[in-house]
Write a protein that binds this ligand. Structure first.
Ligand code: 13P
Length: 248
């Protein structure tokens, strides 16, 4: 059985006080049988780990560097995350790809390092609008997954969660329809089945991300191959994030 997951990517939002307040509100009002993950800013990860200890919430980082130490000013390494109790990292977010020039090749290195350090990865990928309009979205997604993930062993896949985030749906209010999400998720599962095995494909959790809100979450999560969501804007309001988690 694959795991149901709702993850909140807080992006560059919430200071120290705001982080504590949001975690407090989530804890007070929620609980879940699904995994519920939050990804606050680097500066508040240690604080978040402490605040969520023994609760239903888990903490992830939004990024990490592929090297494990050295002269990389401003960067954060896997052993640093591990040393404060962070075991999950989001990699490949479209904002990292667009604004910080992260390529599939660089992401392949990040994936390798994360797995070497036994970290769990939420791997983001998805096509831009032009790709979808040109009917190239399947091809693009296949390429993104193949370059960064298909050299991983079947065993390593137990540490990989996929997050399909069509770029045109991120922060735009325009969600992929449940049918579009299902079609892509089924395609991804088929790719994994071909590359590895049908058993492995069945076990991988594939999240959808892109303007998920309380109003559309249930319809998306009802799809056979949608195992949860990676939530941006709506993860910043406890009430909305918890409503989305409940829709799973
Ligand atoms: P929105 O939910 O704000 O569209 O963001 C999605 C996202 O980028 C999650 O990583």
């Amino acid at each position: 059985m694959r795991t149901k997951i709702v993850a909140g990517n807080w992006k560059m939002n919430n200071d120290k006080k705001g982080t504590a307040a949001l975690i407090g509100a989530l804890q007070q009002n929620g609980n879940s049988t699904a995994r519920v993950i939050i990804a606050p800013a680097f500066t508040h990860l240690a604080q978040s780990v402490a605040l969520t200890a023994d609760t239903f919430l888990e903490v992830a980082a939004q990024n990490m560097h592929q090297e494990t130490s050295g002269a990389f000013t401003g960067e954060i390494a896997a052993p640093m995350l591990q040393s404060i109790g962070v075991r999950t990292v989001i990699l490949g977010h479209s904002e990292r790809r667009t604004y910080f020039n992260e390529t599939d090749a660089a992401l392949a290195e990040k994936v390798k390092t994360a797995l070497d350090y036994d970290m769990e990865i939420i791997y983001c990928f998805g096509e831009v609008l032009e790709d979808r309009k040109a009917n190239r979205h399947f091809e693009v997604v296949k390429e993104q997954l193949a370059t960064a993930l298909f050299s991983c062993s079947a065993q390593q896949w137990s540490k990989i969660i996929l997050a399909y985030e069509p770029v045109w749906a991120i922060g735009t209010g325009e969600t992929a329809s449940p049918e579009q999400a299902q079609e892509m998720h089924a395609f991804i599962r088929q790719l994994i089945a071909e590359q590895y095995s049908a058993t492995l494909a069945e076990e991988v959790s594939i999240l959808y991300g892109g303007s998920v809100k309380p109003a559309n979450a249930a319809d998306l999560f009802q799809q056979t191959d949608v195992d949860g969501g990676l939530i941006g804007g709506a993860a910043l309001k406890a009430e909305d994030f918890l409503a989305i988690a409940k829709a799973l």
